[in-house]
Ligand binder design. Structure first.
Ligand code: DAH
Length: 337
């Protein structure tokens, strides 16, 4: 029986918890009506007389130790509960889902970054634009089809949603002196039926460089640098003669197809090249319209669709994906930009 007392004493000494329920269970197990210590006390009368003294002392020590332990643990548990405000701080947290930038923002930022590295600043203009900045200053004749109601969302005969970011060129030229090196990202609007290849709202980046002695060679090298930075070192470009009212000469720029490396495939319709932008030397009339002396200065301009660049870069085959906010699509673009 003495051995049993020793055993319980050891258990009391070793027991520890911060949980109030566990303290109470421990108390019941030892000191409750059917508890271990209570049972030992009931046995006292069976203890031989010569052992009664020692047994009595030991069991008193045990009972005292058990009571002290229960009280101390209860206090500690209550204390822990009040400092934790009843919260279980060991519980694991709620999973936190991290978002990502929209692919069009990713590509826009990358374009800005590439041109920043060669000294182009960013400029912006209004989305609601007047006829002068969107058309007239850019040399669009009064009867030009781009002014047609079918393409342009007019607000009144003199005001429309801008149909291209070239309007920002005009504002920058009017508001600053050459040398000018700027790119203008922004939203543009055209009255087009929505399809896999067209949308009534899309994004462009306009580029503008004006200084003394700027030549077509500067334009070509700038665009080649951009294409290599954007699509990879092996990328080639090709310029085809074209027409824009605000540039002379004008060209359309193609990049070698990423899928077949220029060999010819379905995507590039076996040409090995894909169109990415329009460009040209700024027409002297446009410089003069904006208060820049065309006898002293020359410059180039270019304009590209951000959706188009994103589709080529990430091989997206339907423009509508960019506007539908389907998380299964958007989640695929987790990048540093
Ligand atoms: N504004 C033209 C468009 O929306 C794109 C463009 C072509 C911009 C040639 C330019 C340029 O600056 O030089 O289709």
């Amino acid at each position: 029986m003495l051995a049993k007392v020793e055993e319980l004493l050891k258990e009391v000494e070793e027991f520890s918890t911060t949980d109030l329920d566990a303290v109470e269970a421990f108390r019941i197990r030892l000191l409750g009506k059917k508890g271990g210590i209570t049972a030992l006390l009931a046995e006292f009368r069976n203890v031989p007389v010569e052992q009664k003294k020692e047994f009595g002392q030991k069991i008193n020590t045990l009972k005292k130790a058990a009571l002290e332990k229960v009280n101390a643990l209860k206090l500690a548990a209550a204390d822990a509960e009040s400092t934790n405000h009843g919260l279980d701080l060991t519980m694991s947290g709620q999973p936190f889902e991290q978002g990502a930038r929209h692919p069009l923002s990713v590509v826009r930022n990358e374009i800005i970054e590439i041109f920043n590295r060669i000294g182009f600043a960013v400029s912006e203009g209004p989305e609601i634009e007047d006829d002068w900045h969107n058309f007239t200053a850019l040399n669009f004749p009064k009867e030009h089809p781009a002014r047609d109601m079918q393409d342009t969302f007019f607000i009144d005969p003199e005001t429309a949603l801008r149909t291209h970011t070239s309007s920002v060129q005009v504002r920058v030229m009017e508001g600053s002196e050459p040398p000018i090196r700027t790119i203008s990202p922004g939203r543009v609007f055209r009255n087009e039926a929505i399809s896999a290849r067209a949308h009534c709202i899309f994004h462009q980046v306009e580029g503008l460089y004006i200084d003394k002695g700027v030549s077509f060679a500067d334009l070509k090298q700038t665009l080649l640098y951009f294409a290599k930075e954007m699509f990879g070192e092996k990328t080639k470009i090709r310029l085809r003669p074209s027409y824009f009212p605000f540039t002379e000469p004008s060209a359309e720029v193609d990049v070698s197809c990423q899928l077949c490396s220029g060999k010819g495939c379905n995507v590039c319709k076996n040409t090995g090249f894909l169109e990415i932008m329009g460009c040209g030397m700024i027409d002297p009339n446009v410089l003069e319209n904006c208060g820049i002396d065309s006898k002293v200065y020359s410059g180039f301009a270019f304009g590209m669709g951000i959706e188009r660049i994103a589709m080529l870069k990430y091989q997206v085959n339907d423009l509508r994906h960019f506007f539908e906010n389907d998380l299964r699509f958007l989640k695929q673009f987790k990048t540093a930009y």
